[in-house]
Ligand binder design. Sequence first.
Ligand SMILES: [Zn+2]
Ligand SMILES: [Zn+2]
Length: 330
Amino acid sequence: MRAIGLDFEQRTLTEQEVTPPRAPQAGEVLLRIHEVGICATDRELSRFRFGLPPEGESFLTLGHEALAQVEVGDAQWAKGDWVAPMIRRSCSPACDHCLRGRRDLCQTGEYLERGINRAHGYLVPFTVDTSSELLAIPETLLDVAALAEPLSVVEKAVETALRAHPMQPRTAIVMGAGPVGILTALLLLLKGLEVNVVSLEPEDHPRVQLLKRAGAAYLRDRRPSRADLVFEAAGGAADLLDWLSPCGVLMLIGAGEEELSLPPLRMLVDNLTVAGTVNAGRSHFEQAIEDLGRIQRPLLAAMIERRGIGQWRESFTGSAVIPKIVHRLG
Ligand SMILES: [Zn+2]
Ligand SMILES: [Zn+2]
């Protein structure tokens, strides 16, 4: 069977023949992969900016935002069940946080991530996975299920920001109109916040139209008024603290190159918080699946462009107008 991934010897992004998966053992199921979403992480991986193959191998199958169907089940899953896998797997021996199910907060950094770090991903027709790492996807959500993984990351960021704010935040700025920025805006709107999105796209860009339909305000060239929460999902801007109201929280979800200036006096006088977040725990993933059913479906559907698997190469290299490219494998 064919897999799409990274050849670490040739340092190329390629499609190659791989051995079909072995029969699942106790606590495992065989999955048939239906859809895989591509994100900025995949594009960075394809440039060999990070990522590692499994130990003793030189090829890493990519793809971490997957929708799959159980092909060979176990006590927990029946053949035909729709599932989405969690990406990050425990370090070994497990640290305290991994042991308590919070691999997203791993203390050693020795975790595995399927399709990213020392474990194969899902851009392949079949794979064996651990039963306990799968979440059920209701059939009513199949058309938007590819957004479950990116939304889980956003759920964690929003939960962390709300917890860090000492009062009741009412206003938010989201910087960036990529898939994570848009999902952050949609989730904050769902929670009743007033949302401004700041990005570089022109006013008539489909992403901007989508945000406006959702009820967000969009600012391209103007500086936003201060807000209770600021989410940085673009990777840039040094003066983000200036955008915060007193008691405000700046949440970093995009990995920018630019240094952030932290004026100590303003931080303490105004009770400001700066925090970073990555990945997601099980509860965030479960919440993401629930919220996919609560956010207006046409808005989520407008975020997705489906492509046949034959077009995989341009998804890694080209730029996309529609935020989320999803490949059909079946
Ligand atoms: Zn991703
Ligand atoms: Zn750990």
